[in-house]
Design a protein around this ligand. Structure first.
Ligand SMILES: Nc1ncnc2c1ncn2[C@@H]1O[C@H](COP(=O)(O)OP(=O)(O)O)[C@@H](O)[C@H]1O
Ligand SMILES: [Mg+2]
Length: 310
């Protein structure tokens, strides 16, 4: 496979669930999205956005209402058995094999996959600090997640599809997860992961797509999002200054009073703000880039100067 090969190509994909005789849910609405080989793509959105529905469609676990998804250039529905050999899947919930030990599950699934590299499986178990000797029933949600991660990674699949893999991982495990995903990427493999917490995935994703109400609102490279066109400015004054003193300044919005100053959002150049500050004695000024969450919210509310791209 050469670079710039589409590993996932989603065309006009929609899913309407029939919740009851009268009620339908448009869980996914005309999704178009292409993921290239070697990319880590973050599929972001709040609960109910349609992330799991998209993943189930990619895996041919449910059928689309319209549209199609191609994996490695082949229709996800046409040849799903062969395609699934090339995919490692981490479901959102792992509720199987409760009476078996972690090791028994690993051995069993490894055999189902036609044999896996035992040394690699051991290495994954060690890196995740996973104890495979206990019964699955006794595992905490974090340990179930670790078992799921080993199962998804064990056959070195060309494509990893992971539904909220980082939910509930502690910071150390989060770091190890990030390293594992970057190793996968370094081997030219591809990762599609969903999350509702941007800060958990922004360190590893090349691009993120923002889904809401079944619609893809934006697809952006993380570096573009991080260079959003606004910043937060905190000003400290020797004498109190009223918030409305700066409210009319070009580029300034959301002026908040702090105990010893003001915090505001600034778009564009500093000059109008600095000129407006001339009458006041400024003891300090701090600027901060917005967090990805704030950029995300800006996309949602549509108040950013940047256009969402598709
Ligand atoms: N099997 C189903 N039957 C009916 N509605 C469903 C079903 N699965 C999901 N939904 C609905 O579809 C929407 C998207 O759900 P889902 O894809 O699970 O979102 P997410 O994974 O982003 O939380 C929600 O409104 C959810 O209630
Ligand atoms: Mg979900």
């Amino acid at each position: 496979m050469t670079a710039n090969t589409a590993v996932i190509q989603i065309e006009q994909l929609s899913k309407t669930y029939q919740r009851s005789r009268k009620e339908q849910v448009d869980a996914l609405k005309g999704l178009n999205l292409t993921i290239q080989q070697g990319e880590i793509f973050g599929y972001l959105g709040p609960n109910g956005a349609g992330k799991t529905t998209t993943i189930r469609l990619l895996l041919d676990l449910i059928r689309p209402t319209t549209g199609r998804a191609l994996l490695f250039g082949e229709d996800a529905r046409a040849n799903s058995v062969a395609l699934h050999r090339r995919i490692g899947f981490l479901p959102g919930e792992l509720n199987l094999w409760k009476g078996y030990t972690g090791q028994q599950v690993l051995d069993y699934v490894g055999k189902l996959r036609g044999g896996v590299d035992a040394a690699y499986v051991r290495q994954l178990v060690d890196r995740l600090q996973f104890d495979p000797t206990l019964k699955v029933r006794t595992y905490s949600s974090g340990n179930k997640r670790k078992l799921g991660l080993v199962l998804a990674l064990m056959n070195r699949a060309d494509l990893l599809i992971m539904d909220e893999p980082t939910g509930g991982l502690d910071p150390l495990m989060q770091q190890i997860f990030n390293e594992l995903m970057l190793d996968v990427k370094a081997e030219g493999r591809t990762v599609f992961l969903s999350s509702h917490v941007l800060s958990e995935v922004q360190a590893i994703c090349d691009r993120v797509g923002i889904l809401r109400g079944g619609e893809l609102k934006a697809v952006e490279s993380v570096s573009n999002l991080m260079h959003a066109d606004f910043q937060w400015v905190t000003l400290h004054f020797r004498e109190p200054v009223a918030a409305n003193a700066l409210a009319q300044v070009v580029g300034v919005s959301e002026v908040q009073a702090l105990p010893d100053g003001l915090r505001l959002r600034l778009v564009g150049d500093f000059d109008p703000l600095l000129r407006a500050l001339a009458p006041y004695y400024v003891t300090g000024m701090v600027t901060e880039e917005p967090t990805l969450e704030e950029v995300f919210l800006t996309y949602y509310s549509g108040t950013s100067g940047k256009e969402a791209t598709r």
